[in-house]
Design a protein around this ligand. Structure first.
Ligand code: ATP
Length: 338
């Protein structure tokens, strides 16, 4: 089959603009599966050849999926797709899916994720199983707390006990060492079609109110009783010092190699390491996203790194479409479709 016989589909949210735009740049038909009322964005930016509307994605997904199969569409998952459907439902989807479904379980289970990242040779912040052992700054993260809202910091067991009172009944949290340094998100792309790992871009997040607390004096912060939160509002592009690049390539290789030991196909496509660089340039990774992340959105027209490698604007969305196109042309689609 010719690649033009396929369509590329995604859910209208998160990174859909660049996924659809990138697919069009590569010559694919595009389908935006969009919540009713949100279609204006995808119409305005003219990225979707077709829009399929829904009111409740989870309830209507089986029906929508039939249409996707009829249209020979490949679904590109992103954060919204996985968080709305849940990884179990995603594993059961039948339309062509770009990415490894097996990896979703590893990514969504904290213990499994940690094992994978440790096997990959990454440095991870320490986890405190018992709050009585807190002997350094820690960040308390609630599972499912969207975008870091409600996270809090403690320095001692007593401080923890005092602050956790506000969250009575919610015991789904992790106590993690707070790494003092700068947040940095590294966006990778690994293609099994050409067996190559690329660094696409880096970003840092713009979080409310963590990114503006420094705008008022410490004295006022205390008097007003500000509680830090990490509500994501946007992404800021970054370049890293060039001497860090070999290290970042090694980290990416480690993650891909380790993923092959945990699932047959391993990790491929777009993925992101999320962590903090301390003053000794150690990178502590607190999370991996095994798919396209919103931090790649500033680079719809390419990043400084993709500019070095490609003679044309190459977003992560477009890189995904290119991978699919090459997979079709080289008869290797089975490597990248689950
Ligand atoms: P997700 O990426 O799943 O949406 P989230 O936004 O809920 O996750 P995290 O990304 O884990 O939460 O953390 C939110 C923010 O808290 C980070 O961007 C970072 O600024 C800060 N942070 C998280 N973990 C640490 C840590 N161990 N040390 C220092 N800062 C941290």
């Amino acid at each position: 089959m010719n690649f033009q016989d396929y369509a590329i589909a995604t859910i209208g949210s998160h990174t859909a603009l660049q996924i659809l735009k990138g697919a069009k740049q590569e010559g694919f038909k595009t389908i935006c599966v969009c919540q009713r009322g949100r279609e204006r964005v995808y119409e305005s930016y003219k990225v979707a050849d077709e829009i399929i509307l829904f009111d409740d994605l989870k309830a209507e997904y089986d029906e929508i999926e039939k249409q996707l199969i009829e249209k020979n569409a490949i679904m590109i998952p992103h954060g919204t797709f996985v968080s709305v459907l849940g990884h179990e439902k995603v594993s059961e989807t039948k339309a062509m899916y770009y990415g490894s479904k097996d990896i979703l379980e590893w990514e969504s289970d904290r213990t499994m994720e940690r094992k994978w990242l440790k096997d990959a040779g990454l440095k991870l912040p320490k986890i405190f199983e018992n709050h009585k052992d807190i002997d350094r700054p820690v960040i308390i993260k609630f599972h499912g707390a969207h975008g870091g809202k409600g996270y809090f910091i403690a320095n001692t067991p007593a401080e923890f006990e005092e602050r956790i009172k506000d969250y009575e009944g919610d015991d789904d949290y992790v106590i993690q060492e707070y790494i003092v340094g700068v947040p940095l998100y590294a966006h990778y792309f690994y293609s099994p079609v050409n067996d190559e790992l690329e660094i696409m871009s880096f970003d840092k997040r713009y979080e409310s109110n963590a990114d503006s607390i420094g705008r008022i004096a410490a004295k006022d912060q205390i008097e007003v009783g500000i509680q830090t939160s990490y509500t994501i509002t946007g992404n800021i592009p970054l370049v890293v010092r060039e001497s860090l690049l070999p290290y970042f390539f090694e980290l990416g290789d480690g993650v891909v190699d380790a993923s092959r030991k945990i699932t047959p196909k391993g990790l491929f496509g777009s993925f992101c390491l999320e962590g903090i660089v301390d003053t000794n340039l150690n990178y502590y990774v607190f999370e991996i996203s095994a798919r396209i992340v919103a931090g790649t959105n500033p680079f719809i027209n390419g990043s400084p790194y993709t500019d070095l490698r490609y003679d044309e604007p190459m977003s992560t969305g477009r890189r995904i479409a290119r991978d699919i196109k090459e997979g079709i042309e080289q008869n290797k689609l089975d490597l990248i479709i689950d």
